[in-house]
Design a binder for this molecule. Structure first.
Ligand code: ZN
Length: 240
């Protein structure tokens, strides 16, 4: 069974459709979603409906939390807060309730999914280095855990030592634990604008990463048309 791991879609419909089409062509039969379905870009309803229609396990991201609840956005950067208020307006009460009811951590097959970290999932901490990953590993029971939140695809491997590995195809070795960031579909931040996702092959015990081109100009036009901040359109092309 091949499972496509989708993360940080952020209401980017063109990127999500391109990724799902690629995953289908590679024989993926199942999906798992690491959260932040909405926020930043212009198609929250369409993306939310696609993810719900997949019927796959989904965990809650911080943007899902803020759109599903009437949290104060005072401490958030103004561009993200403006996009969140706009997104709340697009969603109906039932869709917001669905977001608010998402779980923080889920076990799927033989692996775990979380948006930020397993040690304090509701604190939305960022895992950017080996030391951040170490805190997570002390709470990771499964051999493989997928996470998102940083929008940077990356692999941390823990056995006798901690290692940071590039986001390339890896073979899961028995006795080691892996904390794997699938990267972001809708707003990558590693300097590559293409949508990022990965595929976990349960039988072969491999994880492979993919970058997918999509109609970014269309996505940018929709952001401007929706009245969202121009910066959100510009950053997509830079991948930052
Ligand atoms: Zn995100």
């Amino acid at each position: 069974m091949k499972i496509a791991i989708l993360s940080d879609i952020h209401a980017n419909l063109e990127a999500l459709e391109a990724v799902i089409s690629d995953a289908e062509s590679r024989g993926c039969s199942n999906y798992a979603c690491l959260g932040d379905v909405v926020g930043y870009n212009a198609d929250p309803v369409a993306c939310l409906n696609i993810i719900r229609d997949l019927g796959c396990p989904v965990v809650k991201g911080n943007h899902d939390f803020d759109c599903g609840n009437d949290t104060s956005l005072e401490l958030m950067n103004p561009v993200a807060a403006e996009a969140l208020l706009w997104t709340r307006d697009q969603l109906n009460p039932e869709q917001r309730k669905w977001l608010s009811r998402l779980r923080m951590v889920r076990q799927v097959q033989d692996f775990t999914i979380v948006h930020a970290t397993l040690d304090q999932p509701t604190s939305w901490n960022y895992v950017n280095n080996k030391f951040d990953a170490l805190a997570n590993f002390s709470f990771q029971i499964s051999s493989v855990c997928f996470y998102g939140h940083t929008h940077v695809p990356r692999v941390y491997m823990c056995n006798e030592h901690m290692q940071e590995l590039p986001a390339q195809t890896i073979s899961i070795q028995e006795g080691s634990k892996y904390f794997i960031n699938a990267g972001s579909i809708g707003q990558p931040r590693d300097g590559d604008w293409r949508a990022s996702y990965c595929i976990y092959d349960l039988e072969r015990k491999t994880v492979e990463f993919h970058r997918i081109q999509y109609d970014i100009v269309k996505t940018q036009e929709k952001i401007i048309q929706a009245g969202l901040h121009q910066f959100l359109a510009e950053r997509l092309a830079k991948g930052d």
